[in-house]
Design a protein around this ligand. Structure first.
Ligand code: NOJ
Ligand code: CA
Length: 511
């Protein structure tokens, strides 16, 4: 596997994911905006995060919260103009921070002018931009489709929701006459168009992309060889024009995505990673009951780590806009240990906005912009104890999504003042990671125990740190000597070559 050159700043990156709708509203229209993000950069920096991933902020009918793009080149006016986002880039860079935009290469909105053109019966530049069959009565195999919506006689494949027609990158193996090869003119033009979109935003000053459904581009592509080849073409283009651009894939199979030239891949809450075993199941590993299991997670992680060793980063998110929040199945006292883990593993960690204060997931709230049950993880950031939790000066019923109605809901201002808060625990954990290169993105990891307590060693050329995390409410004893550098929870001590770790605690030992 080819090693992709990685931007230096990723070695020490800790990301903060911003769902722009819900972060901070500065013009009282009930929805977050770029100015709100600019106003809160100091907050993000104080927490210790030095990079941002922002969800899509482009023109869209918002049937999928902006993952349904109708103009790749223009920001949605509700967030601000292209000049405003440029200001955001500049403000970030002044602080030495970086930002990844969301690239949605697999589909557009059905409102996109490319799609409207491609629906026309007369051949034009966009006829082959999407995956069309040659009959209204036959859909493409293995994917949803729309038919009866076009002047053109054909059905069009969809990538996710029905309003998201699939862009045409071709088929790895063709079968039907209308299936196009990856190098045919239609698919080749789609790829050129997407690289042009990337060029536009990178020139304006963004630092790279989080790539939506990165695995989905080429069809009938069982082992993803076609999709990997497409990403390698993009890699070549980036190497020439934007060698410092950082790329993270929503793929969940790092052996494949990193082979495609990505620098990083996320663990996902679906698919084979066993990520949910840790935080999001009936008996999560990070629960004080001590009945969960990290075995499958560790086995899969180590398997991937070995396959991809040194070739890129496997990133562990605290959550994201598609899954329930970390605090849904974990108690307040369990959250610092989950963060001790997330923030001491290799790869760049991603903190979902609000997870640093333990914001709640609100099940059963009305769906907004195609969120459905995901809406409960997308509620407005809780800044302080003022009206609308300091998110917006709009009337409460005009907010994009309702605020958590609990009067004891956590908020950033209160937690920042409280030395025992989750916010301060996350902050000191990030600062600790920043002080020790072996704990950062590139340091090696070796698992020693995959049960209670979880034990692993992080190592680089400078130092070696043993991490012992005991989420269960029971003392743990581990043979080791060394110096305790940092603890989480109620602590640990080392005596006569044995480290005793209190229940619901973690310890970091310099060996
Ligand atoms: C993954 C995104 O994270 C999700 O929010 C979106 O609905 C789908 N991709 C479709 O773009
Ligand atoms: Ca606003």
């Amino acid at each position: 596997m080819r090693k992709t050159k990685q931007p230096k700043w990723l070695e020490n990156a800790v990301f903060y994911e911003i769902y722009p709708q819900s972060f901070c509203d500065t013009n009282a229209d009930g929805i977050g905006d770029f100015q709100g993000i600019i106003d809160r950069l100091d907050y993000i920096q104080e927490l210790g995060c030095n990079a941002i991933w922002m969800n899509p902020c482009y023109m869209s009918p918002f049937l999928d919260a902006g993952y349904d793009i109708s103009d790749y080149y223009r920001t949605a006016p509700r967030y601000g103009t292209n000049a405003d986002i440029k200001r955001l880039f500049d403000e970030l860079h002044k602080r030495g921070m970086h930002i990844l935009l969301d690239l949605v290469p697999g589909h557009t909105s059905w409102d996109h002018p490319w799609f409207k053109e491609s629906c026309k019966a007369a051949k034009n530049e966009f006829t082959d931009r999407y995956i069309w069959t040659d009959s209204t009565w036959e859909g493409p195999e293995n994917m949803g489709s729309l038919h009866g919506i076009s002047e053109r006689c054909g059905s069009v494949g969809v990538n996710f929701f029905s309003h998201q027609p699939a862009l045409n990158y071709g088929y790895y193996k063709t079968k039907k006459p209308w299936e196009q090869k990856m190098n045919d003119p239609g698919p080749a033009a789609t790829l050129e168009a997407m690289m042009d979109v990337m060029r536009f935003w990178l020139k304006l000053g963004c630092d790279g992309f989080r790539c939506d459904m990165a695995h989905s581009l080429v069809k009938r592509d069982e082992n993803a060889k076609g999709t990997i080849a497409i990403w390698n073409k993009i890699r070549k283009f980036l190497d020439v024009e934007f060698p410092d651009a950082a790329m993270v894939s929503e793929w969940g199979e790092p052996d494949k995505s990193l082979a495609g030239g990505f620098h990083m891949d996320f663990l996902l809450h679906f698919g084979p990673s066993h990520y949910n075993d840790l935080f999001r199941c009936d008996e999560p590993f990070f629960c004080t009951r001590g009945k969960g299991s990290a075995k499958q997670f560790v086995k899969t992680y180590v398997g991937n780590y070995e396959k991809t060793g040194g070739k890129g980063l496997i990133c562990i998110p605290s959550g994201n806009h598609d899954m329930s929040r970390l605090s849904y199945q974990l108690e307040t006292c369990e959250l610092p240990l989950a963060f001790a883990f997330i923030l001491s593993m290799p790869g760049a960690p991603f903190i979902y906005y609000g997870d640093e204060i333990g914001m709640r997931y609100l099940p059963d709230i009305p769906s907004v912009e195609g969120g459905y049950e995901r809406t409960g993880s997308r509620t407005p950031m809780q800044w302080d104890r003022s009206a609308n939790a300091g998110f917006s000066a709009a009337p409460a019923d005009a907010l994009y999504i309702r605020i958590d109605p609990d009067e004891n809901r956590p908020d950033a201002a209160s937690q920042m003042k409280d030395p025992a808060s989750l916010w301060n625990s996350v902050k000191s954990m990030i600062a600790f990671r920043r002080r020790h290169t072996c704990l950062q993105s590139m340091g090696e990891v070796e698992f020693i125990s995959d049960t209670y307590p979880l034990i692993y060693r992080r190592k680089d050329k400078n130092e070696s740190i043993l991490v012992i995390i005991q989420p269960a409410d029971a003392l743990a004893q581990v043979k080791t000597s060394g110096e305790i550098l940092f603890t989480v929870g109620s602590g640990a001590e080392i005596k006569d070559g044995v480290c005793t770790v209190n229940g619901v605690s973690a310890v970091f030992i310099k060996e």
